[in-house]
Each structure stands twice: as C-alpha cells, then as structure tokens.
Ligand binder design. Sequence first.
Ligand code: AMP
Length: 424
Amino acid sequence: MNILILGSGGREHALAWKIAASPLVDKLYCAPGNAGIAREAECIDLDAADHKAVIAFAKERKIDLVVVGPEAPLCAGIVDDLEAAGIKAFGPTKWAARLEGSKGFTKDLCKAHNIPTAAYRRFKGAEAAKEYVRQKGEPIVVKADGLAAGKGVVVADSVDEAEDAIDMMFGGGLGQPAWEIVIEECLIGEEASFFALCDGETAIALASAQDHKRAFDGDKGPNTGGMGAYSPAPIMTPQMEKRVMDEIVKPTVAALAKAGAPYKGVLFVGLMITAQGPQLIEFNVRFGDPECQVLMLRLMSDLVPALIAARDGQLKNFDLRWYGDAALTVVMASKGYPGAYGKGSLIEGLDAAAQVEGVEIFHAGTKADGERILANGGRVLNVCARGKTVAEAQARAYRAVDRIDWPQGFCRRDIGWRAVERET
Ligand code: AMP
C-alpha cells in the first residue's frame, strides 16, 4: 500500500514511525512532515488546506489511504473531498468533525442522549450570558464556540472573572468576536484522556493518557499545547474505561450514525473523573499531540489494518494488542514558548539520547540543514520512553533528555509526577 500522512508535528512523526513499521506499506509519504519524519517517510511540500493539490498528489502517486493528523483539515472537510474523489481517507467527515469544531453542537448532542457532561447554556449575546453567570455563581466555565487551539476556555474562580471572559470573547479577544459562547458548570475531579477507534457504527477502546498543559514544573505557568504525557492514566481503571465506553463513546457513535453522519476515525475523549463518575469535558476528532506519541509506543499490533478497518466499517471483530508497559513523553520546547521564541538553533546529541534503553525520539518542530538538526517551532522534540512503570519510563526519558545538547531549549522536569506519586 501507498500511504500519505497529513501533518508536521510529533503526533505525525509517531504515526509515521508506527505506519512505516507495517509490512503492508510499500511507500509512505508525509505532507509537509519535518526532519524526523523524513527518516520514516518521503516528505512532500503540500498544503493540507489545498484539497485539490492533495487529491492530485494522491491520484498521481496511487495513494491507497490518507491519514489526517490535525483537526483543521478534518473540520475543513478534507475527508469528504478525498472520498468524493475516490481516495480512501482515515478521519471523520466535516459534519462529524463538529464534535470538535462546535462546543454547542456537542453539548446539545450530549443532552439529547443523556451523555454525562457539565450542565450548560448557549449564548449569542453578553448581557444574557452575564445574567446567567450571576445567577449560577462561581466557579464557572466560559467557552467560545469554534476551534480556538485551546485558548477559548476560561475556568473562572469569580463572577467578575467570568464576566470579563464573556466581554473578551464577544469583544474579539480571541482574534475575532465569538459568535456564540457556552457557559457551563465547573466540574471537580481528575482529568484524563481516553481514545477510541470508530468505524461509523462500532467503537473499540484504544488506551488512556494524561497530559501536562502548563509550561512549567508543578503545573504552573501559561497553558501550552502540551508539555508531556503518559499512558495509561492510573485513574482509568478497566471499570472506568468500560463506563466511558458505555456511557460516552458508544452513545455518541450511535447518535451520529442515527443522525446520518457516522463517525469514523479516532475519538479523543477529554474527561473529568468526578465523584459521580466520568463526565465529558470535550471531544477531539483526532489523536492528541503529545498523547499519540505514548499510545503508539504502547501499541503492539500493526496500526495500518486498524486504520483501514475503521475507514471500511469493519471494526466489529477487530482486536488490538497492547504492551503492558507504561509510556511517557517529555516535550522539549524553544525557550520563550508558548510566547515568542527564536528559530534555527542547533540541536546536538540526539543519536546518543536515542541509545537509552526504551527511548524513542519524535520530532515536532525541526528542520534539517544537511546532517544538522535545527529547531523550527515552539514544541520541538518529544523524548519518549517505555518502562515497566511510569517511574521507569520517566527515568529513561530524562536520561535521554540529559544527553541532548540544546541550550536554547527547555523542558519540564516533572512529567508524570501524579502517576509516579501514585506508584510509590
Ligand atoms: P477544553 O478546551 O474544553 O478541553 O477545556 C480546556 C481545559 O479547561 C480542560 O482541559 C479543563 O482543564 C478545563 N475545563 C473545561 N471545561 C471544564 C469544566 N466544565 N469544569 C472544569 N474544568 C473545565
């Protein structure tokens, strides 16, 4: 088979690494890719937003499956366009991708099907929203509808803070004025992520993970795209996973099938595990980054037949095997991230770091300059490791980090602390 991956981050490097290991693959391409992905796949200078160009490339190179990494092309309908052109694609259609693209859509779907999630109301204007906030009291959560790359959510500890967030979102503080906001109850508990593979009708469990969103140790500092992750999440016991499948994933897949927009692809379930059980915080319609990296390290089975079975509606009797080990990833970022940062600094020691037992290094924002690897983004490297425990995976990952010579980079030193504490 010839496979094309769309994307350029650590998630896509992990997918490329896993897909390249499949005996089913003849030729693997990635557009646009990065310096690490170039070791697994031929990187192609193609813009995923240009659907015509992607289709033309896929036809010319006889691509049998397109695997879409990020959410933006999915929400823009790349899967619909590829399939209409006769090219198989892994991921949800534009309509089904609204599970991530529209918070209002998802909340209404949950309400209609008794899927556990925070109580909420949708608002198109600031005054009514503020009145609701005053009536409900603090703490309360304010969310802008639409894709906001993680910036559209304010967990407000006071009514004043919530009112400011409402003004900010309707006033264009997120780039453009929000057309709608959702105000919801603040859930109390421990967060975890869970991933399922869906074929439109059937969903099978993948695995759980937990990530660290804040930039600095102790979960302090500004929010980022994710500074590290580990899998499995200790709070996701087999019983809890079953509840998430039965109470959230299966009813969602059934609801979308019934509505005529079957969900195919990876369903990323953002959860709050409360005293009453799992509550949905949000859905994403693709693998998480950096969660995908730890999932791929733990997956024993070939990923390619699973992606094809999801696309073809054949997951019913499908089974995936996993290593019992834990996996953990430490993100190395450019100093200054998530604010302004420089590009082009030299990264050395990667080969020595990759020698550490159980370690795999995935590139996120890198560029090759001959044999040299240069930083080319905010999140730059994912230093990942497997281990018998999260503590062992953590120790191995940091041993590798310490072999990397990159003065312009930084990372957190405490990824996995919650799980390690639990283990000891
Ligand atoms: P979201 O973009 O919806 O995942 O929200 C981003 C983050 O805000 C989540 O990872 C949670 O930490 C927090 N959050 C969102 N909704 C709630 C809620 N209803 N209660 C408590 N925290 C929330």
